[in-house]
Design a protein around this ligand. Structure first.
Ligand SMILES: [Zn+2]
Length: 209
């Protein structure tokens, strides 16, 4: 179910403050959006500090990411709109620049996915009911060419059955959900799981053992 523009602005500014407080998107990093009726998207304005968003810091774009107001939307708007086109059930998209999503993907330059197995927290991902499963979170190389990146991601995402998130190498994470609550749960769970994965790899490598 889509929300009104006023509800979307409120939900986006509230989640932005919580994600900022958790250190997931420092300063102007990250961008957040929600699907509205008639194909419109409410998305954060480019360059605003995400911990201090006000009503004027969320704007409307159309389904192709074109501004419907006299402001400039996030530079990564095309990655949001491609997710809404790909997944009709998705109504909220969150993009964070967390330290672990950024560092882990940069430290593993050749991997195309982070394989998460055996973690209780996997059950936070929609459709996952047991820890005895494997979720493969795709990793894409970062690019400043958002249009090409969005096309590449849209082509590859359907191959990931538990698709609720992906990572951009050295950059951050995208997560989405049926509503803002679900998208926020996925962001939080992904952060926890990546932190765990980093610790597991450190211990296996003998760093803390
Ligand atoms: Zn970003």
């Amino acid at each position: 179910m889509t929300v009104s523009q006023q509800q979307a602005v409120q939900l986006i500014t509230q989640v932005a403050r919580r994600l900022d407080a958790r250190g997931l998107s420092p300063a102007t990093a990250g961008n957040y959006s929600m699907r509205l009726s008639q194909g419109r998207i409410a998305i954060t304005v480019s360059g605003r500090h995400k911990g201090r968003l006000g009503p004027g810091d969320v704007m409307l774009v159309d389904g192709n990411g074109h501004a419907l107001e006299e402001q400039t939307p996030s530079a990564e708007t095309g990655l949001h709109t491609s997710l809404y086109r790909l997944y009709p059930h998705v109504n909220a998209v969150l993009h964070v620049h967390s330290v672990v999503a950024t560092a882990l993907t940069l430290a593993l330059p050749r991997v195309s996915e982070i394989v998460l197995s055996g973690y209780e927290m996997l059950k936070v991902f929609p459709g996952v009911t047991t820890h005895t499963t494997t979720v493969r979170v795709p990793v894409f190389d970062n690019s400043q060419d958002i249009e090409t990146l969005a096309t590449q991601i849209a082509r590859q995402l359907p191959q990931h059955p538990h698709g609720s998130a992906y990572l951009l190498r050295g950059h951050g994470a995208y997560a989405w959900g049926r509503d803002m609550d679900e998208a926020e749960r996925v962001v939080e769970a992904l952060e926890h799981l990546l932190q765990c994965e980093l610790e597991v790899r450190r211990v296996k490598a003998g760093g803390n053992a």
